[in-house]
Design a protein around this ligand. Structure first.
Ligand code: HEC
Ligand code: HEC
Ligand code: HEC
Length: 429
């Protein structure tokens, strides 16, 4: 009897699950692609944790903010969110209970999204993601930052809440690129400088500060302005696309915080979307940050290196002994294998912390669909002392066409303190 009842209810249950499937496959797939473009996974997962289950601690000037579980779990995630509530969270920073989200969630950028794209994302998060019934840690900032209502004032003063308006005078490629960069890609959250209230100084190209360079911890997120004399003026469109897809191109290789953006997000985008992004960056008026590259400057440094004496611990000698095997005496590296140090943004950053970090701790290029080999730069922290790293980098920052201030042993010591010994010893023979 019992069994019969189950047999009778089974078609009903099947019927219930099929009708609950409110979205078609194409919409869910579109949502998955958009979630890649928005890099939701980077913040809403912990390394080796279940996708989108949250729990990542994000450092803010006010304390640690934990990302939430955005799987469709009804007990621990956003399973009870309606489309309207999901939209309010994504574009306006409002939680389902009506309270404000902290802007560690990049809603001032996501505000640019079209209603259609929000709907596709909703479809994916409701029906394409596996539910995880595990609560993420609760964010507990100290007073007054625990007063979420206070964020309303911040939103009113500083946040963007306008959807992207296509510009009819511009090409479709420009508009698609602008939409991706300003909105889902939230490139400005790292590459635009922050103002007094930690807000992005601008949200689109109408202001010269847009994408003119920002800071992520110790890493500089360089200017992305590609017009005449802009920081990316020396990059061709193809080089920008190659970098975004594979983390490397003929001249540069990615390190630091951008590595994860490429691994989890940009390497999944179509060539058309990457081309639109490149076109848009190339259209941004220059900010004068492009270095003048002359053959004479390159030759001068090569001569200096060729005459550096064995046994004398100068910056040039340290470069020859430790770096030139891969980056070469012309500082040109090797296309798609060893980045060029001549004119490199990280090398020329005013603040040398990120550069010091790469030398002490090494760096690893991501493995992407297009370029699976994960190349690594060895760690030199075990081998060079603070004074040697300072001399070496002072040389590199003046070599070839580079023009950046000298590095002191104290600056090296400060970065060294933040790196575990095991990391610096990783490549010790
Ligand atoms: C830069 C980090 C970051 C990225 C990228 C990000 N989020 Fe968030 N998100 C957060 C943080 C942190 C919170 C929690 C903020 C708080 O507690 O006030 C949050 C909260 C949310 C919430 C509210 C959930 C709740 O009930 O608390 C939703 C929905 C959400 N994010 C969806 C998304 C989607 C969809 C994407 C990708 C399009 C995304 N997020 C990308 C950091 C991020
Ligand atoms: C989480 C912060 C973050 C986000 C989001 C981010 N970037 Fe970056 N980006 C960085 C950092 C840090 C670097 C420097 C990497 C290095 O030194 O190797 C960088 C480097 C770059 C470079 C190389 C510039 C150069 O001169 O070497 C390009 C191009 C770039 N990003 C494009 C983008 C685009 C386009 C987006 C949005 C789709 C984006 N980034 C989003 C942090 C970020
Ligand atoms: C065995 C080869 C090798 C040696 C030796 C080497 N590097 Fe590298 N280096 C690499 C590779 C490969 C990368 C790309 C890794 C990445 O960026 O994630 C790299 C990246 C870098 C970067 C980051 C560039 C960027 O745009 O983010 C800098 C700066 C750098 N190396 C400087 C040095 C200095 C200074 C030395 C000498 C102390 C040195 N390297 C020695 C292979 C090497």
């Amino acid at each position: 009897m019992k069994r019969n009842l189950i047999m009778m209810l089974l078609p009903l249950a099947l019927f219930a699950t099929t009708t609950a499937q409110a979205f078609d496959k194409a919409t869910i797939e579109k949502g998955e692609y958009l979630s890649r473009a928005g890099d939701c996974i980077a913040c809403h997962s912990i390394p080796d944790g279940a996708p989108f289950a949250g729990g990542l601690a994000i450092d803010s000037p006010f304390g640690k903010i934990y990302s939430t579980n955005i799987t469709p779990s009804k007990t621990a995630g956003i399973g009870n969110y309606t489309l309207a509530q999901f939209d309010a969270a994504l574009r306006h920073g409002k939680r389902a209970d009506g309270s404000n989200l902290y802007p560690a969630m990049p809603y001032p950028d996501y505000a640019m999204l079209t209603a259609d794209d929000v709907k596709a994302l909703y479809a994916y998060f409701m029906e394409g993601v596996a539910a995880v019934d595990q609560q993420a840690p609760t964010t507990a900032l100290s007073f007054p930052f625990n007063q979420r209502w206070g964020i309303s004032f911040w939103n009113w003063m500083f946040a963007n809440d306008k959807a992207y308006q296509p510009q009819p005078s511009k090409s479709d490629n420009f508009n698609r690129g602008a939409y991706l960069v300003q909105g889902l890609g939230h490139c400005g959250s790292c590459h635009t400088p922050r103002g007094i209230a930690f807000q992005e100084k601008s949200y689109d190209e109408s202001d010269a500060s847009f994408l003119s360079g920002g800071k992520v911890g110790i890493w500089e997120a360089p200017s992305l302005r590609g017009g005449d004399k802009g920081a990316l003026a020396n990059w061709s469109k193809a080089e920008i696309i190659d970098y975004l897809a594979n983390g490397r191109n003929n001249t540069t290789a990615v390190a630091g915080e951008m590595t994860s953006v490429i691994t989890h997000s940009l390497s999944y985008l179509t060539q058309e979307d990457l081309a639109a992004i490149a076109d848009y960056l190339k259209s941004l008026p220059g900010d004068g940050k492009a270095l003048a590259m002359t053959a004479a400057a390159t030759k001068k440094t090569s001569d200096e290196l060729n005459s550096a004496k064995v046994g004398i611990n100068s910056g040039a000698r340290l470069y020859l002994d430790n770096c030139s095997a891969c980056h070469f005496t012309e500082g040109q590296g090797a296309a798609r294998v060893f980045p060029k140090l001549d004119g490199n943004a990280l090398v020329n950053d005013e603040d040398p912390s990120g550069l010091i970090h790469v030398v002490l701790a090494g760096a690893r290029l991501p493995s992407t669909k297009g370029t699976p080999e994960a190349l690594a730069m060895p760690a030199f922290g075990w081998r060079l002392n603070d004074d040697e790293v300072a001399q070496l980098l002072t040389f590199v920052r003046h070599a070839w066409n580079n023009q950046a201030p000298a590095v002191t042993a104290e600056e090296v010591a400060k970065v060294r303190q933040t790196i575990p010994q095991s990391v610096m010893n990783a490549t010790r023979p």
